[in-house]
Design a protein around this ligand. Structure first.
Ligand SMILES: Cc1ncc(COP(=O)(O)O)c(C=O)c1O
Length: 393
């Protein structure tokens, strides 16, 4: 990979911003309006008929939202993007655009629970066939593909066991078969991985996580080719999952510091992962940056940094682990990730609460598993908090 591709700090600050004369604000204004005014019927018709570019109604498009989309296109290195009111609105609209009843999707159980529910509903209520394969086995994806396959959908790194999907191989498969590959890149962000460099067609994000970065905004973004994003915007207009201008502005502000925040998330998390690996009360650590991770080689090939999520197994049972989590003080018990604050969960009590025990065990989601989303605090403070919680169990 060309290292030059990594540097996105300048784009994160400046790309997409609207500094329109004569006022020339440095920070893009919040266009908090639901509709736009026209000076003549002809002008209105030109915009409605799309003969002329222009804003009509905020559910369709809005200048603050456009600024986010332009910034994200620059950061992901793609032609176009569309912003949504949540990660799930982005994912559901993407699938609605690509897949119809009778079609087939290949995916994996190692994806966000909300997306699993979406695929399950699509399969049981809307006649879409879904094949579930092992995330790390590209041959299994190839075997599952058939003439009706309209999308291959993965997440990398995965939640919470941080498996990786080989993007170069999966994109090759997608290209050979003419099937779009969709990657949920929420855990990586464009700071750590640029799926488009490997030929991935569609990149989706829960911008609620690292892109917003402050645990204060709910948003989603889809990045890809111009034709697809145009169709997707048609779906967005119809389903109505557009990003609100105020939330778009918060996301724009968050994105400006993506580069510095991710550097700190990466560095802090590597240090915590190494510390956990040596701890006598820890049985196993999951972090792609560790040499002990079975896909550490792939991590180095397709990622520049390994992100802010680390999972580990406490040496004990459900109750020992629960007490460990409850004893944390600085690390907050909250089921999200990607923000400035360090957050902790015991996945069996939150994200994987509804999963059947046999499926959980098969996926490595044990009672003793803890997921940390490491924030940007001083790392020694995070380690001290973990240390005192271990001492308390
Ligand atoms: C990897 C991933 N994708 C998508 C989503 C859904 O995003 P949102 O909560 O913004 O709808 C989440 C939420 O946790 C997630 O972790």
């Amino acid at each position: 990979m060309n290292l030059k591709d990594r540097w996105l700090a300048t784009k994160a600050v400046h790309a997409g911003e609207r500094r329109d004369p004569p006022i020339g604000p440095v920070s893009t204004p919040i266009y908090e309006t639901s509709v736009f005014v026209f000076s003549s019927t002809q002008e209105l018709i030109d915009v409605v008929s799309q003969r002329k570019e222009g804003y009509l109604y905020t559910r369709f498009d809005n200048p603050t939202v456009t600024a986010v989309e332009k910034k994200m296109s620059e950061l992901e290195g793609v032609k176009a993007s569309a912003a949504f009111s949540s990660g799930m609105a982005a994912i559901a609209s993407t699938l609605f655009t690509l897949v119809s009843s009778g079609d087939h999707i290949v995916t994996t159980q190692d994806i966000y629970g909300g997306t699993i529910s979406l695929f399950t509903e699509m399969s049981t209520r809307f006649g879409v066939d879904v094949s579930w394969v092992e995330a790390t086995d590209v041959d299994a994806f190839a075997d599952a593909v058939c003439s009706r396959t309209k999308a291959i959908y993965v997440e990398t790194p995965t939640n919470p066991t941080l498996k990786l999907v080989d993007l170069a191989q999966l994109s090759k498969l997608g290209e050979e078969k003419g099937i779009p590959v969709i990657v949920d890149s929420t855990f990586a962000t464009p700071h750590n991985m640029r799926p488009a460099l490997f030929g991935v067609d569609v990149i989706v994000h829960s911008a609620t996580k690292y892109l917003g970065g402050h645990n204060d905004v709910t948003a989603g973004v889809v990045c890809g080719k111009t034709d697809f994003i145009q169709k997707l915007k048609g779906t967005r207009k119809m389903l109505g999952g557009t990003l609100d201008p105020m939330a778009a502005w918060l996301l724009l502000r968050g994105l400006k510091t993506l580069d510095v925040r991710m550097q700190r998330h990466n560095a802090n998390t590597m240090k915590v992962a190494q510390w956990l690996e040596k701890h006598s009360k820890v049985n196993r650590v999951y972090y792609p940056g560790l040499e002990s991770h079975p896909q550490n080689g792939l991590a180095n090939d397709q990622m520049w940094g390994f992100g802010g999520v680390v999972s580990f197994e406490v040496d004990g049972d459900y109750d020992t682990t629960r007490r460990f989590v409850e004893n944390l003080k600085l690390c907050l018990m909250a089921p999200s990730l990607g923000g400035t604050e360090t957050l902790v969960t015991q996945p069996v009590t939150s994200s994987h609460y509804f999963m059947k025990v046999e499926e959980r065990v098969k996926a490595g989601i044990t009672d003793q598993l803890v997921r940390l989303s490491i924030g940007i605090e001083y790392v020694e403070d995070i380690i001290a908090d973990l240390d005192q919680a271990f001492k308390a169990i």
